[in-house]
Design a protein. Sequence first.
Length: 497
Amino acid sequence: MFLTISTTGIPERPATDLGFLLHKHPGKAQAFSTSHGTAHVFYPEATAERCTAALLLEVDPVALVRRGQGKGRGAAPDATLAQYVNDRPYAASSLLAVALSGVFRTALKGQCAARPELPGQSRPLRIEIPALPARGGADLVRRLFGPLGWDSVETEPVVLDERFPEWGDSRYVRLVLEGELKLDDALRQLYVLLPVLDDAKHYWIAPDEVDKLLRAGDGWLAAHPEHGLITARYLARRKRLTQDAMERLELARLAQVDGSEAEELDNAVGETPGESPGEISDAPERSVPLVVRRREAILAALREAGAQRVLDLGCGEGQLVQALLKDPAYTEIVGVDVSVRALTTAARRLRLERMGERQSSRVRLFQGSLAYTDKRLAGYDAAVLSEVIEHLDLPRLPALEYAVFAAARPRTVLVTTPNVEYNVRWESLPAGHVRHRDHRFEWTREEFRAWADKVAGRHGYTVAYEPVGDDDPEVGPPTQMAVFTVRTESPKEGEAA
């Protein structure tokens, strides 16, 4: 198994800092014994301009079988040659993930005693794995690594045999990741996702694997759109362990509620109706998470409205802002949130400090409360309130209504909120409970429309309603969206009463 980590440098930040971060000297080739072979670390190149560290894992398949580590403990005995002749010595898997955690243990923790300032710095990284098993194909590889901040996720299928092209591609891909990340973040992603893509582990899955997963996934797993699939596969689809991990991931989100994205806060239940988070099979690979469908619905509505200057009110950690920036049709994007911590996270997500001048001129983030009027919000084409209103106490809604619809008065306002009628479709949500403990209320479709109709009438808007997610014939969609459009003519006297 082979993996390389490369970085580039500038005079004040030489590329050879990689040696400090990995705690492995660029001038030495080192070997480390593992329970399943020997791991070698060496540097094919090490200059101030470019530095590459390589990890080569030599696996002895015979010794692996004799030690009972070729398959997880409790698996049926294998009397065939397959236990000796397989891809274990060549393809990245849980064996390589374990080697990463052993050889680069300090780097994974984000520690560097000699240069303590280095771990907190993002740097240009290029990670290459020549042979990566991908049960789910190249598309799944991109779905897993794509949301994690990489600028490029390149996947090239490995053919079965170049001499016989008619045989087609194998289940392996060559993976190249490029982007600016902290090294410990990149290593923790690999530690989790390598066995997830292989969909197999070479050792018995014990309860302490949940702790390992949560430690390695800290800061990125809970918000990942495929967190259910990742959790289930990492824990070998062990139902109880998966349920435990999903519950603890949710608790981690709750602990950070002040800095959480508004769109995450109503997803305390499974994404698929009738399926608890612990009962995960292959279905999550095919389903589109509700948070993604909601964002797609918002983007579609903004395009239909022809909006160019957009407000994201209650922007949280900036996922919608990030999506808007990818479309050059939006010339000005403003994210507003009451939480300074959320805005700091959004700035990191967007990489505002490293953003080019042309791109940075399109986006602004600032703190503000939607309960007060703000002159900075006036004159925009559209405003989005995605999963925001249910986090306000009902007596404060009129203040938000006036600040947005009367004072700021964008041409289009999009409001999404949970449909409480749909809650019965989630078996993991106890009867009578809201989807998130910070929700002050959750409305039925009739209640939401009654509120929206009054708001539109009072402030000179028309309003239309669109379902988000599968529209159940009995209880409606999981999320409801109102699209407010300012009237071309002022309402007649008495009409807005």
